[in-house]
Design a protein around this ligand. Sequence first.
Ligand code: IDP
Ligand code: MG
Length: 138
Amino acid sequence: MERTLSLIKPDGVQKKLTGEIIKRFENEGITIVAMKKVHLTQKQAEGFYAVHRERPFFNSLTKFMTSGPIIAMVLEGENVIAKNRKLMGATNYKEAEEGTIRREFATDIEKNVVHGSDAPETAAFEIAYFFNNLEITG
Ligand code: IDP
Ligand code: MG
């Protein structure tokens, strides 16, 4: 069993895609073991994306991530890190596979609807960034 952090970004929440995205996870047999809606401050967004602080899009990305509320979820399942990345599709929606969340709903390389951890180490950091142990069910 593996866990990963999923975020529905401000564009996804604003477009009312929360139910659609959750349905895709559940259809794949993924279990949501924690969930909340939060509105990040600039500092909190910068901390979350600290690995990207040298990238040219860092300022724009962190501003976007604070532009409205997001949905944070901990997903659990076998191979769920890769499974979620597959459901999301490539970072650039134009390169994402047909039928993926980003291909269907993203409008921009930055405003790409969802975030998903990319490895066990980043998943551990990202889950702990949003949730404490008491907020995650068995
Ligand atoms: P990922 O979300 O698919 O893991 P990362 O490379 O980790 O992609 O980038 C984090 C986020 O930064 C992306 O989801 C996207 O919102 C934004 N981003 C990535 N590359 C670019 C870019 O070239 N221009 C603008 N925003 C970008
Ligand atoms: Mg990433």
